[in-house]
Design a protein around this ligand. Sequence first.
Ligand SMILES: Cc1ncc(C[n+]2csc(CCOP(=O)(O)OP(=O)(O)O)c2C)c(N)n1
Ligand SMILES: [Mg+2]
Length: 273
Amino acid sequence: MRSSTPDIAALQQKALQFRREILETLQLAGSGHPGGSLSAVEIFISLYFYKLQYHAQDPKWEDRDRVIVSKGHCSPVVYVTLANAGFFPKEELKTFRKFGSRLQGHVHSKVPGVEFNTGSLGHGLSVANGLALGAKMLKKDFKTYCILGDGELQEGSIWEAAMMASNYKLDNICAIVDYNKVQENGLVKDIKNIEPLSDKWKSFGWNTLVIDGHDFNQLITALDEFAGCRGKPTVIIANTIKGKGVSFMELKAAWHGKAPNKEQLAEALKELK
Ligand SMILES: Cc1ncc(C[n+]2csc(CCOP(=O)(O)OP(=O)(O)O)c2C)c(N)n1
Ligand SMILES: [Mg+2]
């Protein structure tokens, strides 16, 4: 469950466990997205096991913090997180991407704990804006978090949404960019460079924090800093490694959307002890 005094060693152990479970889930399914799931493990653990207010047994509790997973293809890390947080039985992970399962390849709101269906990139920040603006109008204290991909930032709609959030002074919204440097077919900088990234967000009026997205101390500090920021939205640019933790997957676009086979899973698991 959520902890207010984080035990960093325990969170690191959880990260290893999540990486194993993500890869086991993908191998059973025979398809899915490992790279952008492995890069976001510490981000999701910091949210669900440190920062967020929620009740797993009452996923629609009206004062819950909201999470919009704009890069909806990272469903493996989302489902492993939600199952471990108690939103649904871990056994259900075995149905990932199977016909009739709730756990499809892109996150869907029929899954307890998932707020909004995503998959088509570029939309999540606008949805998050709506939730955050709604909270202000209703005088609710819940926060809205939005997980974005770095390749996803090439979508123009993200920048319209970025303008809107600062225009309405949505200091109850925190965007987290999983800056893993790789998109579907190659390096972000080679396909359509998004640098200088922190200057861009700053110029759009955002409180901009740049951290190592695999370092729990930095993630926790940044999330706490967001909670104390008034008058502007916050973005955490989390520098990460696509495929983090598995040497043959790290920074390889080939592992963006490909499941490991049994032998590859066994190799990967040896590195995740
Ligand atoms: C609008 C849209 N265009 C294209 C795709 C296909 N697509 C799925 S994932 C992806 C790459 C996304 O890269 P990034 O945002 O860097 O994600 P990550 O590295 O975190 O996996 C693309 C192009 C999509 N889902 N939606
Ligand atoms: Mg990426």
